[in-house]
Design a protein around this ligand. Structure first.
Ligand SMILES: [Zn+2]
Length: 245
């Protein structure tokens, strides 16, 4: 099956043989000696047949491998999808069962359940940011990605110095950045009600007979500090997860 020739070699040979055959047909040298011409043509035809057989063997071999590889890739792709679906299914089942056990344990106030060789326990999750209204999140906590061609990008850089330039920009607003939001939500800032003094004055009409007129600030509960808020976001501190030991 293998001739040791590349597809290019075979095709070049074949083309040369075809040209050679045409030359013999037109050759004045064989005029009156048709037997020699026929002999020459038969030799060439024989070579052409050899080359064609070699080419067919090569092309079919190559085509076979190409089809075979494509088919195997398709099979693997289908199998990969099937396995991914199975992974997703088992993960969903695990999550669902964990949710139910967590709910039941929380409702009955049990943080640990001991089995013969396993323990189910509820563990408090670290504080996490929950973004209920992304549209309210301030710009400082949002990222954009802008895609444009390099020529336009250079113009944008020049915009700093020069104002009227047309650029086509594809700007994408990304998800709010949870890390800095979490940091901001954990930050304490001076209480606005008592200005950080921890005490507020009671209005005249509400004061008792021996009232000093000052009381613990109700906003910050006398700490002088409040948590900094981020619009649209909150810090969830009491989420529980189930662990198996
Ligand atoms: Zn206060």
């Amino acid at each position: 099956m293998s001739t040791g020739l590349t597809l290019f070699d075979i095709e070049t040979d074949l083309l040369n043989l075809m040209l050679c055959r045409e030359a013999v047909l037109d050759d004045e040298q064989y005029h009156g000696d048709e037997a020699s011409r026929t002999e020459a043509l038969e030799m060439i035809d024989c070579s052409i047949k050899e080359r064609v057989s070699a080419e067919i063997a090569k092309v079919d071999g190559i085509a076979f491998y190409l089809r075979e590889f494509a088919a195997r890739a398709t099979t693997a792709k289908v199998e990969a999808k099937r396995l991914k679906d199975r992974q997703d299914m088992w993960e969903r089942r695990e999550e669902r069962l964990k949710e139910i056990v967590t709910q039941v344990m929380s409702m009955t106030g049990k943080m640990r359940l001991e089995g013969n060789s396993n323990t189910l326990k509820l563990v408090k999750n670290p504080p996490s940011v929950e973004i209920a209204q992304p549209e309210l999140v301030p710009d400082q906590y949002r990222l954009v990605s802008a895609t444009m061609n390099l020529e336009d990008w250079k113009k944008v850089k020049d915009l700093i110095y020069d104002h009227h330039v047309d650029v086509a920009v594809d700007v994408k607003l990304k998800e709010p950045m949870k890390m800095p939001i979490a940091e901001a939500l954990k930050q304490q800032i001076p209480c606005g009600r008592c200005d950080g003094t921890s005490i507020e004055s009671v209005p005249m009409e509400l004061r008792g007979p021996n009232d000093s007129g000052m009381k613990k600030c109700t906003q910050c509960n006398g700490t002088g500090k409040v948590n900094q808020g981020v619009p649209g976001c909150s810090l969830v501190r009491d989420k529980m997860r189930l662990e198996v030991e």
